[in-house]
Design a protein around this ligand. Structure first.
Ligand SMILES: Nc1ncnc2c1ncn2[C@@H]1O[C@H](COP(=O)(O)OP(=O)(O)O)[C@@H](O)[C@H]1O
Ligand SMILES: [Mg+2]
Length: 260
């Protein structure tokens, strides 16, 4: 049975989508069967992979509202790498989802029939704590909260952690592994170091992943060209720091799963 990992933070621009795309791509390149699920109406997963989110007829919206079977929304991106895309059509279904008897369990239910086909399901979420994020959490075992080396990102972690502990764990009778990932780290700034130290001393060393993501312009260049960083690096014959960081993150995630 595959492990689902969600990336979430109600603050935007912390690197959620970039982590999802690169972690999914690196896992697939290592021979793991990966499904990337985009739960953000902005469709940034598709865009980061060079695809227009409006080109897809069946998206996660059709799956959640049972207008399409989950298999009908799967797009193959390469060996071991599938995507369930999203687009602005998601905005139209929020009211419909809220009228369901179990509005927050719809993604979990939809993915169940295909979960055994994958080693990993990576779920990207929008910058809020609405219906789509709650669906993402309940469909996951591991929740990674990227914090962009600023104190505003920390608030997003506290909100998500409280919802999981106070509402979702009692309702699902399951426990979720929640970890902070420091992103946009800039060793030249005092602020980056302060945030990292503060977060570890406030929430505990073991809540913060030891791998972290440096700010690295190659990460943005790869997205602008519509490639995962690994593919971009191959084409440019480079070995950017960003790739070293995402590879280390994948190693740490694989370790977490082994000891779960
Ligand atoms: N490690 C990084 N270094 C530099 N820029 C990054 C890095 N990760 C993400 N970015 C850039 O920061 C912006 C926000 O990242 P994104 O992954 O879209 O955040 P979110 O999904 O949390 O809103 C994007 O323009 C992206 O290219
Ligand atoms: Mg995003």
């Amino acid at each position: 049975m595959g492990t689902s990992i969600m990336f979430g933070n109600s603050k935007g621009g912390v690197g959620k989508t970039t982590c999802c795309v690169n972690v999914a791509d690196i896992l697939a390149s290592r021979g793991k069967k990966v499904l990337l699920v985009d739960m953000d109406p902005q469709g940034h997963c598709s865009m980061s992979l060079g695809k227009n989110p409006l080109d897809f007829f069946n998206t996660v919206a059709e799956v959640l509202t049972r207008k399409a079977r989950v298999e009908e929304a799967i797009v193959n991106l390469g060996p071991n790498f599938d995507l369930i895309p999203s687009n602005i059509g998601m905005f139209d279904i929020e009211d419909e989802l809220r009228r369901a008897i179990t509005p927050y369990f719809l993604l979990d239910l939809a993915l169940r029939p295909i979960k055994a086909r994958y080693d990993f399901i990576i779920i990207d979420t929008p910058p809020n704590v609405g219906t789509f994020v709650l669906n993402g959490i309940i469909a996951s075992e591991i929740i990674i909260v990227p914090i962009d080396s600023s104190f505003l990102g920390v608030e997003g972690f506290v909100r998500l952690k409280n919802i999981i502990t106070n509402d979702i764990e009692p309702a699902t009778k399951r426990s979720f592994l929640v970890r902070i990932l420091i992103t946009m780290f800039d060793s030249r700034t005092r602020m980056s170091k302060d945030v990292r130290e503060d977060v570890a001393s406030t929430f505990g060393e073991d809540i913060v992943l030891s791998s972290f993501i440096n700010r690295n312009t190659d990460v943005q260049r790869a997205i602008a060209q519509g490639f995962p960083l690994r593919v971009y690096a191959d084409e440019e014959r480079k070995h950017p720091q960003g790739l070293v960081d995402y590879e280390a993150l994948v190693d740490e995630l694989l370790g977490l799963i082994e000891f779960r």
